[in-house]
Design a protein around this ligand. Structure first.
Ligand code: ADP
Length: 198
């Protein structure tokens, strides 16, 4: 299986690039942000709880997102692989994911980070807020809160995968197509290595 963690701060372009990668490599897209928003839209108890946190720019509890991901991985055992987008966002989530994949006889192939500076991120998120209708993209204070959550809780996840020799990064500023090509280069190299080891 080809299991990629697409990593980066809010607004880095993970959603956009995930869409292109899953088309090309035939992978399943697992975005915890999307999964949580569908729980909210369906008005479930989980969604109601999550909404309070999301509307304040805070992370939802680890057990909640790990549980959602576990269900999806189990539903898709036959898949060629997964792209994890917006997950794992904390080190305990990364540990939970490792365990869950191990239980399903697979593992993370690589984390690829999209590098974008804070100023560009705020600009992109405010722009997205004008069209997406996402409440968490509409004010600068909330965006700053999310970036702060990212810097304190999520950034260490990169070190976690670096420690496993699985961390790669590409420049997330520039043309969407160029960023996509840079991502594909890393993924193609991984696939080649997987083939060699078969
Ligand atoms: P963005 O990457 O632009 O912040 P997401 O759609 O990934 O957007 O996430 C939106 C919100 O959903 C986050 O601010 C957070 O409250 C919640 N969320 C999403 N994924 C996770 C996760 N893995 N762990 C905790 N909270 C999450």
């Amino acid at each position: 299986m080809l299991n990629i963690v697409l990593f980066g701060p809010p607004g880095a372009g993970k959603g956009t690039q995930s869409q292109k990668l899953l088309d090309k490599y035939n992978l399943i897209h697992l975005s915890t942000g999307d999964l949580l928003r569908s729980e909210i839209a369906a008005g479930t108890a989980l969604g109601l709880e999550a909404k309070k946190l999301m509307d304040n720019g805070l992370l939802v509890p680890d057990e909640v997102v790990i549980g959602m991901i576990e269900n999806k991985v189990k539903e898709n055992r036959q898949a060629a692989g997964f792209i994890f987008d917006g997950f794992p966002r904390t080190v305990p989530q990364a540990q939970g994911l490792d365990k869950l994949l191990q239980d399903n006889d697979t593992e993370i192939s690589a984390m690829i980070a999209l590098r974008v500076d804070d100023e560009e991120l705020t600009k992109r998120l405010l722009l997205r807020g004008q069209t997406s209708g996402r409440p968490d993209d509409q004010n600068e204070e909330l965006i700053r809160k999310r970036v702060q959550e990212y810097n304190t809780k999520t950034r260490p996840v990169a070190d976690y995968y670096a420690g496993q020799g699985k961390y790669y990064a590409v420049d997330g500023i520039g043309e969407i197509e160029d960023i996509f090509k840079a991502l594909c280069q890393h993924i193609d190299a991984l696939k080649e290595k997987q083939e060699e080891n078969k």
